[in-house]
Design a protein around this ligand. Structure first.
Ligand code: PLP
Length: 343
């Protein structure tokens, strides 16, 4: 099977991260994050965001989101998020489990985005003792629809959050792709726009394993290290989670790889648009392409060996590009698609 477009986590590890991992493998190092790689990786993240934030390394994006939300919500609280958000649809109830019972308030919104007016509307519902209290808002950047919130859109959500005493969480499983698309600085996209805590992922971008939780509001992370440890998310050989981050961040490799993946998605989308039978389902702004094709065409593509996910019925597909996608992969896919469409 060809898994090139099935997800961005079907790709391998970028060379910069691989080299750093090999370098970290020399000799002995202190355990549980007391080592120099963890210190360097944390400093890289503080430099990247140009602020003195608190950084925690965990194994998965689900843990990053669930623990970040556990840092800002208690069981009697509720998180406002998009109906299609990963926290609502793909984490097996992780946020409820790690918060001890906090709920999700699901909002609709075009192109995977929630709107400030809707956040305002639900957080200003008349007080009702019987309901969980809205305590946080969570957005995904880039979104589950492959779109990207602009800095102004994030700022507007940040303002509504502040006005309504909501903490502001960002699921940045594909944060680098969003930053590459916006051409803004990581700080502008997050804390300067009001984000309190970020799940900063790079597994899909480049790494073998390991995501970070970045607290910009350090008053929220007092005893957070204990929460991570309790959840089983403090690696004893932490240097191996952290060294790849150093390789990725120190020389700007993260942004180059994200740009490449985004450019591949644009190229793929342009190729798809040439076919009358293909219809793009969302604007292509990051490394995802959502396209509708006849069900028979998907079956034929599968017979030709292409594995990718159908996300809406049996026609809407999601195609992801990664750092390792090449023009040749795209051309092979389009050539097979042309033949599938004419079958
Ligand atoms: C992949 C993904 C995550 C993290 O998933 P894990 O499989 O737990 O690493 C979180 N949010 C979004 C939007 C994702 O796409």
């Amino acid at each position: 099977m060809k898994h090139h477009f099935a997800s961005d986590n079907t790709a391998g590890i970028v060379p910069e991260a691989w080299d750093a991992l090999a370098a970290a493998n020399r000799g002995f190092a202190a355990a549980y994050g007391e080592d120099e790689w963890t210190a360097r990786a944390s400093d890289c993240i503080r430099e990247l965001f140009e602020t003195d934030c608190d950084v925690y390394f965990v194994f998965t994006g689900t843990a990053a989101n669930s623990l970040a939300l556990a840092g800002i919500c208690r069981p009697q609280h509720k998180v406002i998020c998009h109906r299609l958000s990963h926290i609502a649809t793909a984490e097996c109830g992780g946020p409820a489990f790690f918060t001890g019972g906090a709920g999700l308030e699901l909002l609709d919104g075009a192109d995977g985005k929630i709107r400030p007016a809707d956040i305002e509307r639900v957080s200003q519902q008349p007080y009702d003792f019987h309901r969980q209290l809205h305590k946080a808002v969570s957005i995904t950047q880039s979104t589950e629809a492959g779109t990207v919130y602009t800095v102004d859109e994030i700022k507007a959500i940040g303002e509504v959050a502040k006005d309504n005493q909501l903490h502001f969480h960002m699921d940045g499983a594909r944060f680098a792709n969003a930053v590459a698309a916006l051409g803004a600085s990581p700080g502008e996209v997050t804390w300067q726009a009001g984000v309190d805590v970020l799940s900063f992922g790079a597994t899909k971008l480049a790494l073998p394993v390991g995501e970070t939780i970045v607290f910009f509001d350090k008053s929220l992370s007092d005893d957070f290290g204990h929460r991570c440890k309790q959840a089983g998310h403090v690696a004893s050989k932490m240097r191996f989670l952290c060294a790849p981050w150093v390789g990725l961040l120190e020389n700007g490799a993260w942004l180059n790889h994200a740009r490449h993946a985004n450019e591949c998605a644009a190229l793929l989308a342009a190729g798809l648009e040439r076919f009358a039978g293909a219809e793009l389902l969302a604007p292509v702004e990051s490394n995802a392409v959502f396209v509708s094709l006849p069900a028979a065409v998907h079956r034929s593509m599968r017979e030709k060996g292409w594995n990718y996910h159908l996300v809406t019925g049996d026609t809407g597909a999601r195609l992801m590009c990664s750092w390792d996608t090449t023009e040749e992969h795209i051309n092979q896919f389009l050539t097979d698609l042309e033949s599938a469409l004419s079958d």
